[in-house]
Design a protein around this ligand. Structure first.
Ligand code: PHE
Length: 374
């Protein structure tokens, strides 16, 4: 009877002390959209992260221990992100967290990481608010004030477009922030937002908003959204006879974009963290290893995931012990890390100042157009 009671108690999730955990491994938690309408974000990131961890283990692990990665699917939902991160911390006893891609989901989980003092690195959330949550929250990518500047400059200088329309996702912190930063810079450069309309993630019919845009004759349309909606918007825009170039941000980065958008998205431009056309030796080496492991080319999220994992592993290696505070202090000290997506130095706001690339959609490939330095 007593034995039975112990068994029952030990299976209760809140009795984390009973969770089996071998002391010769270091557990890292990852949370992401492994399913749902942004599934390629989570899956691609996971591939990059796994490559970095496999490499570390092949080289003998860290502090004599193997690294174990536990990835949990948040289905692309903010509430799920909060709940799986709680589980990673309380049940899996992770020493640190990697995730999320989407800013809204990083924002839902970051307060939990902060209050539990478990360091978190987001590889690709670009909304400034994410790392403002607290001193345990980091990112290894640039932020949206920069990304908005890149695309506003590209519109006015490269495309000579001054009258721009915006289609923003009001359910996404990323989309709203990037639309605002883009608008501010465009005005500064003498441009004008002649129409600013909204949609919500999950929408499938954008005809009403697009019809409204069309009457204003925009010279370009900025759509800071994620690939599923952007692909549908592109098709519906072309069906309505809108010919203006379409512009966006890193949220376009998915092999699914051109599958959904088909011919309609061809020619569109977006800013990103990485391009496969890079000749940087660190990136070329990464592509080779990625191709060998997965038999496909990486996208920007795989590259960003790999970089974030490498930075975290370096910090764990340099930390005197495996406490959250010790690892946190070492992440904060990372400077000049030679990443696939560029040189990574964590600044006093726990962000990385890095260059961006602008690419042009051409079927399944994103053609490199230009690099923009901060
Ligand atoms: N930067 C986006 C966000 O913060 C996420 C993203 C990054 C999507 C890179 C695709 C590629 O929400």
């Amino acid at each position: 009877m007593r034995q039975l009671l112990i068994t029952i108690l030990c299976t209760l999730p809140f009795l984390a002390g009973c969770t089996k955990k071998s002391s010769n491994e270091i557990v890292i938690g990852q949370y992401g959209s492994m399913t749902g309408s942004e599934a390629t974000f989570g899956q691609s990131t996971d591939k990059g992260v796994r490559l970095a961890i496999d490499e570390a283990n092949a080289a003998g692990g860290i502090k004599g221990k193997k690294i174990k990665l536990v990835t949990m699917d948040d289905q692309g939902k903010a509430e799920e992100a909060a709940s799986v991160v709680t589980r990673l911390i309380e049940q899996e006893k992770v020493v640190a967290l990697l995730g999320e891609v989407a800013s809204s989901r990083s924002l839902a989980a970051a307060p939990i990481a902060q209050s539990k003092k478990v360091p978190m690195i987001t590889p690709s959330s670009t909304n400034p608010k994410v790392t403002e949550v607290g001193d345990f929250v980091f990112r290894t990518c640039f932020i949206d004030p920069f990304q908005g500047t890149v695309m506003a400059k590209f519109a006015t200088e490269n495309l000579k477009a001054k009258k721009v329309a915006i289609l923003r996702d009001v359910k996404s912190d990323y989309s709203v922030g990037l639309a605002d930063f883009f608008t501010a810079k465009l005005k500064e450069l003498g441009g004008e937002v002649i129409e600013d309309v909204s949609y919500s993630s999950g929408d499938v019919d954008f005809k009403a908003q697009l019809t409204k845009l069309k009457t204003k004759n925009p010279e370009a349309i900025f759509i800071p959204g994620y690939y599923t909606e952007v692909g549908l918007i592109a098709r519906q825009a072309r069906e309505l006879g809108i010919k203006a170039p379409l512009l966006g941000g890193d949220g376009w980065d998915s092999p699914k974009l051109s599958e959904i958008g088909q011919k309609a998205i061809d020619g569109g431009y977006f800013s990103n963290h990485y391009s496969n056309e890079t000749t940087d030796p660190v990136a070329v080496e990464f592509q080779k290893k990625f191709k060998a492991k997965y038999n496909e080319m990486p996208d920007g999220l795989s590259a960003a995931g790999y970089d974030a994992a490498k930075v975290l592993l370096k910090a764990i290696e340099q930390a005197p012990d495996l406490s959250g505070a010790a690892i946190r202090d070492q992440i904060a000290k990372i400077t000049g890390h030679d990443g696939v997506t560029g040189k990574i130095s964590i600044n006093d706001k726990r962000n990385a100042t890095k260059s961006a690339v602008v690419v042009q959609v051409e079927g399944q490939t994103n053609k490199f157009v230009t690099t923009v330095n901060p």
